[in-house]
Design a protein around this ligand. Structure first.
Ligand code: SF4
Ligand code: SF4
Length: 430
């Protein structure tokens, strides 16, 4: 796959070790931080909670869902309804921290002696795809009858500019990544593991290759750096030569794809029993005086990250959760860090300025870069005509919202936004 674009990497925080953010005074824990149905709250206002205590559980055993845990010790202040990042609303548990970070009494290292117990442990850990997808990890690993994974692809491409959280995971938590790989490999009986890393991260490639030597647990594949190498379909093709047919999943071609930070978290969880209560977040952008990677309790308001990294409030014009290509602008810095937030960018005037849009000149540049071979200009016209049948024929649902088309468009057409809106249009018609 040669489509995609070359971007300035801007990995300004790559060489700075992760710093632990001081415990926030309050956290807000939405019951939906994953693809799927929301959790149900299991605590009430006034209740004391320990760090790692479940505060939201899946509605039932089979729910497409991932439990939520208290990221600080303290007292439940309230249960509130908030907007969730998937465009709906959900309940959220608000906890006032006591500053002590006392672990929950019920914490225990999971005991795993079978595949079923492994899946249960992964579910109890609250793990979701930490690279941004938010897919419940236990659902991905819970293979159905007849499904078999021949390959585990650990995605460490991290191809969006600015973001270095996966890179720091590889340098700082190599042991956990290896333990996570061994666990998934053993309990799912997967014969081959590839860790795919872009070649703009030579230190990480070297570190992981050193670790792979002698263990035979995995191979390291160096990907040519080009955005969006980290997209699931692209990385599977480039690192393993596998092509996922339209409408199918990686498991349909015998592969599982997991983000490297998710694998590292699983390794840590199996060692400590502490569920997903914190994560590494890259804070960067033109308005940030001290760009760095922070280890942040889930549910911390973005304002706490902005204060710690000395965001110049006079210069800041826009905050984005995620990278500049696929991230979403946030409306308020009260918004909490979620499980799948790998970066927060604070852009200054120059970075935030929206270019003036002109008419499409039919240059075809958008067509040339699309990694899934869509026709973005035609899709935009079909959206403008509000024509769901044409949008379906043009396969808008295959769009991975990578932003390559909009990036190269000389007319600065809002092509990604049109595709997002088109998907909603089709869903509503259905
Ligand atoms: S790149 Fe922009 S101007 Fe060129 S065809 Fe696509 S939408 Fe039109
Ligand atoms: S149409 Fe979708 S997948 Fe193709 S380049 Fe644009 S955003 Fe990426």
């Amino acid at each position: 796959m040669l489509h995609g674009v070359r971007l300035a990497h801007q990995k300004n925080t790559a060489q700075s070790s992760t710093v632990i953010l001081p415990t926030p005074k309050r956290v807000t824990l939405p019951m939906r931080q994953h693809l799927g149905v929301p959790c149900q709250c299991t605590v009430s206002p006034g209740e004391a909670v320990g760090r790692g205590q479940p505060v939201g559980q899946c509605p039932n055993e089979a729910s497409f869902c991932s439990p939520v845990h208290a990221s600080v010790s303290g007292t439940v202040k309230s249960i509130e309804t908030i907007d969730d990042p998937w465009g709906g609303q959900c309940e959220a548990v608000v906890i006032d921290s006591d500053g002590k970070q006392t672990p929950w009494d019920g914490l225990a290292k999971p005991s795993v002696a079978s595949r079923e117990e492994f899946i249960t442990a992964v579910k109890n850990s609250g793990a979701v795809g930490l690279g941004g997808a938010g897919f419940p990890t236990w659902v991905k690993l819970n293979l159905k009858n007849g499904q078999r994974a021949e390959l585990l692809l650990v995605n460490a491409a991290e191809c969006e500019p600015y973001i270095t959280s996966d890179y720091r995971e590889m340098l700082e938590n190599t042991d956990d990544i290896e333990a996570g790989i061994q666990a998934v490999k053993t309990w799912l009986g997967i014969p081959r593991v590839i860790v795919a890393i872009e070649d703009n991260k030579p230190e990480a490639i070297e570190r992981m290759r050193q670790r792979a030597t002698g263990t035979n647990a995995f191979e390291v594949f160096s990907l040519k750096s080009r955005y969006p190498r980290g997209a699931e379909k692209v990385v599977l093709h480039d690192a393993a030569g596998l092509v996922i047919p339209e409408g199918k999943l990686p498991i349909d071609v015998g592969a599982l794809v997991m983000n490297v930070a998710t694998v590292g978290f699983l390794g840590r969880y199996l060692r400590t029993g502490m569920p997903l209560v914190s994560r590494r977040v890259t804070v960067d952008g033109g308005a940030v005086c001290k760009p760095q990677n922070l280890l942040v309790p889930i549910g911390t308001p973005l304002s706490a990250l902005a204060d710690f990294c000395q965001v110049d409030s006079k210069a800041a014009r826009m905050a984005i959760m995620g990278g500049p290509m696929m991230g979403v602008a946030v409306e308020s810095l009260d918004q909490p860090v979620l499980k799948n937030n790998n970066a927060v960018l604070f852009f200054d005037e120059k970075q935030a300025r929206l270019p003036e849009t002109t008419l499409c000149i039919r240059c075809g540049k958008c067509l040339a870069v699309c990694p899934v071979r869509l026709a973005p200009a035609a899709l935009e016209r079909a959206y403008e005509a509000q024509d769901p049948d044409r949008l379906r024929r043009l396969k808008v649902n295959l769009c991975i919202e990578c932003g390559c088309c909009a990036y190269v468009c000389p007319a600065r057409r809002p092509l990604v936004q049109a595709n997002r809106a088109s998907k909603a249009l089709i869903k509503n018609k259905r």
